[in-house]
Design a protein around this ligand. Structure first.
Ligand code: NAP
Ligand code: ZN
Length: 329
């Protein structure tokens, strides 16, 4: 099926309209009309060639919410008209079974997905745009928060209050942990409290950092740029862990191993999350009315949105209203 999309043709060219071919739905496929797509910093890293291996034309977007338009004969979990999200299995820039083609993501009008990668949304219909970011920003923070036991009696820090970080603060708070937000932006202090942070620490201020030495059970670091990890490792208690999820274009400076050795601290990483735990997170959020804080944009505003993301100027996730793709020039 010919499908309208928006693509980057090269690392340095702006996005422009582009037509892609979606496969006809197979027996186990679900065809989805895309309503909303969140804008992840990974879209920017990929489209601008900041990570190795981008295949062009590149159609990013993996925070996809839509309505089921058609289902294959073997599909049992979904029916036409339901709201659903599409999980990440190299949603874009991945290899397909076809020859020489790459996968295209959610900056497009429709997508065809095997039902195993489709999730049910039970939020209110009016929340659907703000649900889209749960699919990456939500699960990428939920998975490590659960794995490292965020909950009552635990002191949890979230570093970088962007798309991922703001969901990290909301989810850690909802799980019952004492939650601290670390930001480089003094202008986000009040807003971070409103997200559910019990304390907000401006990480550029050494005195504020020192007041929390040796006190955190767990720190989730979502920063998208290379930075010194040592000041955060120093805030972990004995046996505490800092998990990084940000993937900057160039590496962080290597941490000082003494910071890990004294206190038997750990540095770890985490990648998005599985389908079952993504559904668990969506259901948890639906029960508690949790969604992302979003700023809606039209498709043609995507390059400007990337520019603002690079300046940490988004509260806290851009979401594309896919209805605007029809008239995008
Ligand atoms: N591991 C995974 O599975 C996974 C999944 C999705 C995304 N990611 C990666 O996670 C990272 C964050 O994604 P995102 O969409 O949340 O990005 P984002 O919305 O741009 O947020 C990143 C935040 O990091 C902070 N920051 C930015 N530059 C900084 C600097 N130079 N020094 C210190 N802090 C800085 C800012 O927060 P403050 O203003 O509060 O300081 C910014 O808002 C990206 O690298 C993305 O590719 C990984
Ligand atoms: Zn993402």
């Amino acid at each position: 099926m010919r499908t309208k999309a928006y693509a980057a043709q090269a690392a340095t060219t702006p996005f422009a309209p582009f037509e892609i071919d979606r496969r006809a739905p197979g027996q186990s496929d679900v065809a989805i009309d895309i309503l909303f797509c969140g804008v992840c910093h990974s879209d920017l890293h990929t489209a601008r060639g900041e990570w190795p291996g981008t295949r062009y034309p590149c159609v990013p977007g993996h925070e996809i919410v839509g309505r089921v338009a058609a289902v294959g004969g073997d599909v049992t979990k979904f029916r036409v008209g339901q709201y659903c999200e599409h999980g990440f299995v190299a949603t874009y820039n991945g290899a397909t079974t076809g020859v020489g083609e790459n996968t295209y993501g959610g900056y497009s009008a429709h997508i065809v997905v095997d039902e195993r990668f489709v999730l049910k949304v039970s939020h209110a219909e009016t929340d659907l745009a703000a649900v889209a970011p749960l699919l990456c920003a939500g699960i990428t923070t939920w998975s490590p928060l659960r794995k490292w036991g965020a909950g009552p009696g635990k002191k949890v820090g979230v570093v970088g209050i962007g798309g991922l970080g703001h969901m990290g603060v909301k989810l850690s708070h909802a799980l019952g942990a004492h939650t601290a937000a670390f930001t480089t932006s003094p202008g986000k202090v009040a807003a971070a409290r409103a997200l559910g942070a019990d304390e907000v620490i401006v990480s550029k201020n050494p005195d504020e950092m020192a007041a929390h030495a040796n006190s955190f059970d767990f720190i989730l670091n979502t920063v998208a740029a290379p930075h010194d990890l040592d000041p955060f490792i120093a805030l972990l208690k004995r046996d505490g862990t800092m998990t990084v999820v940000g993937v900057p274009a160039t590496p962080h400076p290597s941490p000082n191993v003494a910071g890990l050795i004294f206190g038997r601290r750990s540095l770890a990483g985490s990648l998005i999350g599985g389908i079952a735990e993504t559904q668990e997170m969506l259901d948890f959020c639906a029960e508690r009315g949790l969604v992302a804080d979003v700023e809606m944009i039209a498709m043609r505003e995507i390059d400007r949105a990337y520019g603002r993301m690079l300046k940490s100027d988004v509260k806290y996730r851009f979401v594309i209203d896919m209805a605007t793709l029809q008239n995008a020039a």
